[in-house]
Design a protein around this ligand. Sequence first.
Ligand SMILES: *Cc1c(COP(=O)(O)O)cnc(C)c1O
Length: 286
Amino acid sequence: MTNSPISKISLEGRDFYVKRDDLIDPFLAGNKYRKLYTLLKTPSNKLSKIISYGGTQSNAMLAIAAMCKSKGWEFYYYTKPLSLTQKNFSHGNYFHSINLGMNHIEIEEAFYKNFIASLSLTIDATTFIIDQGGAVEEAKIGLEVLAEEIRGANLELRSLATPSGTGTTALFLALALPEFKVYTTPCVGDASYLKEQMQALHEIPKNLIILKSTKKHHFAKPYTEFLEIYKKLLASGIEFDLLYAPGMWEALLTQTDEEILYIHSGGVSGNESMLKRYEQKGMSIK
Ligand SMILES: *Cc1c(COP(=O)(O)O)cnc(C)c1O
C-alpha cells in the first residue's frame, strides 16, 4: 500500500481536506488498517491464529477478518449470543466477516466476562489475541506511519480531526504529531469516559482537543441530524460512516473555523445495515 491520497471537499461554504484512509481496502480500511499495521507487516508464517472478541457489527471485526484471509491465518471471534435475524442478514459487517472465513463463537452472557478474561491463559506462540478496540501497542506504530504521511503531504494547515471510540487513534496521532492540533469527539460515551480511556494508555497531550456535542447521542442510534450531515458529505463527494463521522463533522462545523485535514476513519462497510435502520424509522435516505 502506498500513501492514501488527500481529497479536498467543500462543506457549508468551508474547504476541508480529507485523508482518504477509506480507500485503502473495501474491508480493511480507515483507522483499523492503521491499528492492525504491525500485524499486517508480520510475516504470515509467524502466526497461525488470531483471536478477538466484541460486537457483531464491529468494524474492527471485519478488518481483522480481511487481514486473516489475506494472511492465511485462522480467525476466532467470540461474542455474546447473536439473534437469528442478524445471523441471516445478507449484508453488513457480520455477513462479510463470515464470508471472509471468520469462525464465530457465541458465549452465554453469564459466562462471557470470565471466558474473555481466560482467553490469554491457553494460547500458544503462534496465536495472537487482539483486545476489543484494537491492539494497543501495535496501533502506535501504525499511527506513526500515518503521521509521517501527513507530514510528507506538506499542507499549510495545522489542524487535524478524527472521531473517537476508544480514543486510541486520536491519542496516538496527537502524540506522533505535536506540531498539529488534533480535534476529536467522543462517539461512544461522554467526554469524561473518553478521557479515562485515553489516560489508561498515555497522558493526554496538550495538542489533543476534545470537542463536545451540545446534544447527547447514543452510539449506533439513528439521528436525523446525523443522516443530514452524512447526505451533505456524500453530495460533496465522499461517503463517511454513519456511526462516528457525523458527530465529528457536526462539532467541526459548529466549533472550529480554520482549515482542517479530516482523517477518514473508514467504516463505510457498515452503512448498508445502518441505512436500513434509518429507513425502518421512516427517515428518508434519498
Ligand atoms: C473504530 C472506529 C473509530 C474509533 O477508533 P478509536 O481508535 O477506537 O477511537 C472511529 N471511526 C470508525 C469508522 C471506526 O471504525
